[in-house]
Every structure is written in C-alpha cells, then in structure tokens.
Design a protein around this ligand. Structure first.
Ligand SMILES: NC(=O)c1ccc[n+]([C@@H]2O[C@H](COP(=O)([O-])OP(=O)(O)OC[C@H]3O[C@@H](n4cnc5c(N)ncnc54)[C@H](OP(=O)(O)O)[C@@H]3O)[C@@H](O)[C@H]2O)c1
Length: 264
C-alpha cells in the first residue's frame, strides 16, 4: 500500500444509516477511536457525524477517501456502486470491505481494481451499541478486527453461505407482522390497542433474553414451550398443518435466489 498518501484508519464511501451506526459504534467505544474519513456525499449527515466525533473528517471527494485511508468501507446502495466507484483508483493490496447486499466478491474485484483484498460483511444495526454479530467472508481479512470491535463476528466458508445469512435477515418485517397479528387479535377481543401491543411486546421481549445464549438447536426452545396437550402445542401444530413453516423455507429459497441473481 505504498501509494496511500497518509494513514487514516478507515475511509467510508456511502455515509447513510448503516455507516452512521458503524461509525457511532467505533467512536463511542472506550479507548482510542480510529481516525475516519468520510465521503462528502450526503453532506449534512457526513458533517453532523464529523462534528460529533473529533477523529472523523469529511474528505473533498471519494478519491481522497480511497487515497488517504488504509481500509475502505463501501456502504452505498448496490445500485449506486458502479457510478460511485467508476473513476476511483484503489491501491493494490488495499483492504476493501463491502456491506452492499448481493454484490459478489468477483464484482467487487472489478469495482475496486487493482485491489483484490476484498471482504463482504453483513452488519446489523446493533453495531451502533457494539452488540452486532457481523457475518464476514472471507476469514482473515481486516474486516474481522474492525467488526470484532463492534460486537462479534461470524465467518463463513463461501459466498453462498453469506447470501444465506443475508437472506435470513429478510424475515424481520414478517416477524413483526406476526406479533402485530397477535396484538390485533387481542384488540378484536376487546383489549385496548395500546395494552395489547404492550402485552405482546413484553411477552416476546422477555423471551428474546433466552436467545442471548441460544441452544445449538433452536427447535429445543419450541419443544420446551410445546407442553404435550397444552395450548402452545395446539397452536404450533395448527400453524405447521397449515404449511406456515414450509412457506417460510420456500420464501427464504426465493430470497436467496434473488440475492444470487442480483448483480449491479
Ligand atoms: N441499513 C442496514 O441495516 C444494512 C445492513 C446490512 C447491509 N446494508 C447494506 O448497506 C448499504 C447501505 O445501506 P443504508 O441503509 O445505510 O442505505 P442509505 O441510508 O441509503 O445509505 C447509502 C448512502 O450512500 C450514499 N451514496 C450514493 N451514491 C454515492 C456516491 N456516488 N458516493 C458516495 N456516497 C454515495 C447515499 O447518498 P444519497 O442519499 O445522497 O444518495 C447514502 O447516503 C446497502 O448496500 C445495504 O444493502 C444495510
């Protein structure tokens, strides 16, 4: 990386909500915050972040971000990648980390040529409070040390595994819609709307704590609650017989296929 001009720890291109969560996690960590250089695009957000943290600056342009930074984080939307990186020159061996969903390493190699030191990550918004579990491909990249600071990391053997983890995050909206359905049903039974929401939220928030140290097989949790002859077993069986869980698997297959097809 001899031709990198000066050594800012991290350069960020694509200063949106994910980038802000990552920078917040890094800069609010106890200890020394890394030096960070931001793309000037999304000016008001970049400036606001830089005014909050002394180790963060806004660059003149995207090329300056790449030229001055040891590690580059790409957090723009996949469809903006080609335009954002078209005229940008990277250094051979420069570490580049992409959070862009569905952009394979082979495509990143073209976008960030001549660097071939590329990694893909799937950060969760919880990186802002350093509680994110970030999926990374491949192992042994600078991305691992960076995201270990923001919680913990999980590395996978190949890109298909990374796409599968990415696909699994598509289930979040449906999860909340399920809780909303339970809450709506309670309201239909005469419970005040706010109380129904509070009750459902409290029930599932307390259950979420069980997941902080999950068993190797999550099905054991389902079995623990499905007391033989009880109402949990009846409800679970009813959904299973209706094909709900098969629909979940089928829909995940469709999401994974879509992610593998997408190439900006
Ligand atoms: N949000 C999450 O929790 C999450 C989790 C995992 C992965 N991701 C991935 O992370 C990426 C960003 O997601 P996001 O939610 O943070 O999106 P976002 O809020 O829309 O941020 C994307 C940013 O990229 C900027 N941008 C677009 N073109 C650019 C260019 N030529 N140069 C520099 N910056 C440019 C956008 O600026 P303008 O607004 O001015 O266009 C915007 O500020 C996506 O690829 C997504 O797949 C997100």
């Amino acid at each position: 990386m001899a031709d990198i001009e000066s050594s800012v720890d991290l350069g960020v291109i694509g200063v949106g909500s994910l980038a802000e969560a990552i920078i917040t996690g890094l800069c609010e960590e106890h200890g020394t915050a890394p030096s960070i250089l931001l793309s000037p695009r999304s000016r008001s957000r970049s400036r606001a972040i830089a005014s909050r943290y002394p180790s963060v600056r806004v660059a003149e342009d995207n090329q300056s971000v790449v030229h001055q930074s040891n590690v580059i984080l790409l957090t723009m939307r996949p469809q903006d990648a080609a335009a954002a990186l078209r005229d940008i020159v990277f250094s051979p061996g420069q570490a580049v980390i992409s959070a862009m969903a569905g952009v394979p390493v082979a495509r990143l190699c073209e976008l960030a040529a001549p660097s071939s030191r590329l990694a893909r990550v799937i950060p969760l918004p919880a990186v802002a409070s350093r509680q994110g579990l970030t999926a990374i491909y491949p192992a042994g990249h600078e991305a691992q040390a960076l995201f270990d600071r923001l919680g913990s990391t999980i590395t996978v053997e190949d890109e298909e595994a990374l796409e599968a983890l990415s696909a699994s995050t598509a289930t979040i909206a449906a999860h909340f819609a399920y809780l909303a359905t339970v809450s709506r049903w309670l309201t239909a039974q005469g419970i005040r709307k706010a109380d129904a929401a509070r009750y459902v939220a409290a029930t599932f928030a307390s259950l979420a704590e069980t997941l902080s140290t999950p068993p190797a097989d999550l099905m054991t949790l389902a079995e623990a609650y499905a007391t033989t002859g009880g109402i949990n077993e009846q409800f679970y069986t009813s959904l299973r017989n209706a094909g709900v869980f098969q629909a979940v698997e089928r829909s995940l297959d469709q999401i994974a296929a879509r992610l593998l097809r997408q190439q900006p």
